[in-house]
Ligand binder design. Structure first.
Ligand SMILES: [Zn+2]
Ligand SMILES: [Zn+2]
Length: 346
């Protein structure tokens, strides 16, 4: 397919982005061209938009950014057998090498050679996106495009919550951004006895409540470790899902955890964090689990299962919708902190 398309481009090393007309990407024999029906903004996109130290180090302008999307297959490469024109798809955004020791033992989510679309190569804030066919996840046609777009970040929530036992356990979700509130819903759907949601932003705590949290803790207004002790008969919480990346919140997460508990960590602090390894890790005999990406493709199977069964409903956390042209307003809304998932329609 030849021709031009509108795309949101990180056009220079500096703040912002620009809507440009660029060529529709050409596909290779193992690739698929997808007409993007919805795309959602991730925290990573905000780093790229603001052009912070991480973005300046990693991203090479000019680049079509964005990585969370859903769409319809419009062209398939000659080697592609399992997808057809008209299929509705979401995408695993980590393109892995398939050859390293991790990939070969079925742990491709920790492939050291991972390339991320919209970060290391062209992404999806555009009318069309080219993807390796093996990265596409085929959806039922009745799944709303904006929900399908959020399956990728929901996969982070599923991977984090289900990286250990959760049924019948008390769970604290620290950080109620979109992935945090999705983790609340996944923990509830997986049989957690009580889910506590912690944040310092009222808007986000309210979203956590809408997504099923049993108890909200405003960590700026009450001391969360003491509060958690009170709520758990002085036992501490069984499972902590760390989604904030905030150094103080991380320390509190380790301290509020029960003996023999599990902390699964997805949030990214921007500096090293000091921990009391003796008291909070070794003597308590806890498990600490770092979470990156989604298991390929177990996490996608679980995520699709939660959505298709109706056990998880993402609609309450999709709070804003914009046309691609209105990207400046969308990013401003995102940076205000008062949003759940924000959708851009190309
Ligand atoms: Zn993302
Ligand atoms: Zn690999």
């Amino acid at each position: 397919m030849s021709g031009k398309m509108r795309a949101l481009v990180k056009h220079r090393a500096g703040y912002g982005a620009k809507l440009q007309v660029v060529p529709i990407p050409e596909i290779g024999p193992d690739e698929v061209l997808v007409k993007v029906t919805a795309t959602t903004i991730c925290g990573t996109d905000v780093h790229i938009y603001k052009w912070d130290d991480w973005a300046a180090e990693r991203v090479k302008p000019s680049l079509v950014f964005g990585h969370e999307f859903s769409g319809e297959v419009v062209q398939v490469g000659e080697n592609v057998k399992h997808l057809s024109i008209g299929d509705h798809v979401s995408a695993e955004t980590h393109i892995v090498c398939g050859n390293c020791p991790q990939c070969r033992r079925g742990e491709a989510h920790v492939c050291a050679n991972t390339k991320i679309i919209g970060v290391d190569q062209a992404g999806c804030f555009a009318e069309f996106a080219a993807m390796p066919a093996e990265n596409l996840w085929k959806n039922k046609k009745n799944l709303e495009p904006e929900v399908a777009s959020a399956m990728e970040p929901m996969g982070n929530a599923v991977h984090t919550a289900l990286s250990g036992p959760i049924a019948g356990k008390t769970v604290a979700v620290i950080g109620c951004g979109p992935i945090g509130v999705m983790a609340v819903a996944v923990a509830k759907a997986s049989g957690a006895s009580q889910v506590f949601a912690l944040d310092i932003n009222e808007y986000r705590l309210d979203l956590a409540k809408k997504m099923g949290a049993d108890y909200l803790i405003h960590s700026g207004k009450e001391e969360p470790v003491n509060k958690m002790a009170k709520l758990t008969d002085e036992q501490g919480v069984d499972v902590v899902l760390e989604m904030s990346g905030n150094p103080v919140a991380i320390q509190q997460g380790f301290t509020m955890l029960t003996y023999g508990g599990r902390i699964s960590m997805l949030g990214l602090p921007t500096r090293p964090v000091e921990l009391n390894v003796s008291d909070d890790i070794v003597f308590k005999g806890i498990q600490v689990h770092g979470i990156v990406g989604r298991r390929m493709y177990e996490t996608w199977q679980q995520t699709a299962g939660f959505l298709e069964s109706g056990q998880v409903d993402l609609r309450p956390m999709i709070t804003h919708r914009f046309a691609l042209e209105d990207y400046e307003k969308a990013f401003e809304q995102m940076m205000s902190g008062n949003s759940g998932k924000i959708v851009l329609y190309p």
